[in-house]
Design a protein around this ligand. Structure first.
Ligand SMILES: [Zn+2]
Length: 301
């Protein structure tokens, strides 16, 4: 830790900072760490805290942390954290699960969220995923532990863009640098499908959701629209039997046009079904198993 002059008010907390740093210290010496860069925030995934909905944790940031902009999620109010489930900050694909030689990360999971973004979960007691695993937002990563260079259990967490470590933003709120700040998790408070694919993944960039309908608990069908080309897109995202082939469908029918249907046995979703429907009413819907939905002609804009 570099020697720094602390103002009086901070001095009292110095031992505390020192303690957190010691508890938290990880040595990522051989991992390339770059200075903070300006980030294309439009591509940043909507990261949530890496814990289940409703939990409060202390976000610790401090000088001397390696890397500097990482967050150590520590116990808030003395609750026992060893063995607490760690949840994916956003949907993605696991690209590392294990120790990393030359570092103090201990058991480390890295999730690739696409668009250059990755998240790091370190010092895990154990891991629930392996390289190649797909995780949904809130999906199981492993459990909080104290593997690697630590003196107590906590979760070391990083958000990286093109491997540059960035300031951590969760639930739309940036963690303060530097301090110890309580944060309450909103990770998949609306209920998680556990499906690593979203309707945006299925329909592709440029499409925004205009409507959606739950198919019981089995899934949800989405109607999206691309104002750039005047196309609608329908995709049905499964909430059950994720990763296993099962019956699902999606359809789209512009008024005075032909209905297109994508129906079959799918692991994650049905669709996308795309049709030009600028200023045209559409009928849309889909199914998962025996749960289905069919709209009337609507969204005529
Ligand atoms: Zn740390």
């Amino acid at each position: 830790m570099p020697k720094v002059k602390l103002p009086g008010i901070l001095k009292k907390k110095r031992w505390l900072l020192g303690l957190s740093a010691a508890v938290a210290l990880i040595a990522a010496a051989t991992i390339p760490v770059f200075a903070q860069a300006d980030v294309n925030t439009t591509s940043k995934p909507a990261f949530q805290m890496p814990f289940h909905c409703g939990q409060t944790w202390q976000a610790a940031t401090f000088t001397g942390h390696s890397p500097q902009l990482a967050v150590d999620w520590q116990s808030y109010g003395g609750h026992q954290i060893d063995g607490t489930p760690v949840a994916a900050a956003a949907a993605g694909k696991v690209i590392h699960a294990g120790t990393m030689s030359g570092t103090g990360y201990g058991n480390l999971v890295i999730v690739d969220h696409g668009g250059g973004w990755t998240t790091f979960y370190a010092h895990l007691k154990n891991m629930s995923v392996h390289v190649g695993s797909k995780v949904g937002q809130g999906g199981a990563i492993g459990h909080v532990g104290s593997t690697g260079h630590v003196s107590g259990p906590h979760l070391h967490f990083e958000e990286r863009y093109n491997n540059h470590v960035e300031k951590v933003v969760v639930g739309g709120k940036q963690v303060p640098y530097y301090g110890h700040t309580p944060f309450k998790s909103k990770n998949t408070c609306g209920g998680s499908s556990g499906n690593p694919y979203t309707a945006s993944d299925a329909c592709g960039s440029g499409y925004k959701t205009v409507d959606s309908q739950a198919l019981g608990k089995a899934g949800r069908v989405y109607l999206m629209y691309n104002s750039g080309n005047g196309y609608n897109c329908v995709a049905t995202i499964k909430n059950t039997s994720i990763g296993k082939s099962s019956a699902a469908s999606a359809f789209l029918e512009p008024k005075n046009g032909k209905r297109s249907t994508n129906s079959g046995s799918f692991k994650y979703y049905a669709g996308p079904v795309k049709k030009s429907a600028k200023k045209t009413c559409v009928k849309w819907g889909g199914s998962v198993g025996s749960s289905n939905y069919t709209s009337g002609f609507e969204h005529c804009g």
